[in-house]
Design a protein around this ligand. Structure first.
Ligand SMILES: [Zn+2]
Length: 315
């Protein structure tokens, strides 16, 4: 099959099959079988990684899977175990409701128009849930118009949104903004208009309705966030720019640029320990550190990894 030629990425499987073909979570020193290819998998239960299963031969048998982040994990944990990582043909759906067979496809990494079309055709009933937390980070609270976010009428918003490719989606697109979720009602190009009068900068916009995360979870029939999970830290996000010249927006004019215009890189870590070991090996210029919490909020952390903060960016 042609798509299998793509390089396999190491995406962990969280549920494998025991000898009776029942889903089983990883525990130390266990063997089981991959629910998709039925090849043997080994449990990986280290101190700093989430416990998971990995193929004995390495790699991942599903070319559609993307490297698992705490964000994927958090959303999957909102679903009952039987709804997670459901095998559909030769693929593994992130979440699939058993009764109406609606797939909730969690998408964090960039994707091509081809991949969007292929996946929609394959799953049929599906919705996209995109990770928009980092794009939303730094935006003032909803309710206050900014050059990037504009309330068209009560409940309906326009947001400068750089992932133009989702114009190709034919299924519903939801964007996780952290504490709220935006349901796309369409896309719009705004051009040849000077910012100021309308408040809209030139660019590609998504418009739609913003609801709370709780409302989305209820609608999707997923589990609400429990009290003790609210303030629990879920992951750490390192954000950096690869060139010292392109720094964080400083002037009002910079705010009119889509946040992705500069060489902004982001990477998410499951623990502070993993983040530090990455920062030690690969220090970056202009690094900032964010903490993503269980209530959906993203907060900036003052303490930056020491080795990264001490590095002077190289021209
Ligand atoms: Zn497999």
């Amino acid at each position: 099959m042609p798509h299998r030629a793509r390089p396999a990425r190491n995406s962990p499987v969280f549920l494998a099959l025991d000898p009776t073909l029942a889903p089983i979570a990883a525990s130390p020193k266990q063997r089981a079988h991959c629910p998709l290819c039925r090849e043997p998998v080994l449990s990986k239960c280290g101190e700093i990684v989430d416990w998971h299963w990995a193929h004995v031969v390495g790699g991942d048998c599903d070319p559609w899977s993307e490297p698992e982040t705490p964000w994927h994990r958090w959303w999957k944990e909102r679903a009952p175990v039987a709804w997670r990582e459901v095998t559909v043909g030769e693929h593994r759906a992130d979440i699939r409701r058993p009764d109406d067979r609606v797939v909730i496809e969690l998408q964090h990494s960039p994707i091509t128009a081809d991949e969007i079309r292929t996946r929609e055709a394959f799953y049929g009933h599906m919705v996209w849930l995109l990770d928009g937390r980092m794009l939303a980070h730094g935006m003032p609270q909803l309710g206050e118009p900014t050059p990037r976010l504009w309330q068209v009428r009560p409940g309906t918003w326009r947001w400068l949104w750089p992932r133009r490719v989702f114009q190709q989606a034919r299924r519903k697109v939801f964007i996780d903004l952290g504490t709220s979720v935006l349901e796309s009602k369409g896309f719009e190009d705004v051009s040849n208009r000077r910012p100021g009068r309308s408040g809209l900068a030139n660019g590609f916009y998504v418009h739609g309705e913003v609801t709370t995360r709780e409302a989305f979870l209820k609608r999707a029939r997923l589990r609400a966030v429990e009290d003790e999970e609210q303030s629990q830290t879920v992951g750490f996000i390192a954000e950096w720019r690869s060139t010292p010249r392109a720094r964080r927006p400083r002037s009002v004019r910079d705010l009119y640029r889509p946040v992705h215009a500069a060489n902004l890189h982001r990477r998410e870590f499951r623990s502070e320990e993993l983040l530090r070991s990455w920062a030690d090996r690969a220090p970056r210029a202009d690094l900032s550190l964010l903490r993503w919490r269980g209530d959906g909020s993203v907060v900036e952390v003052d303490a930056r990894p020491k080795s990264a903060g001490d590095q002077q960016p190289a021209e």
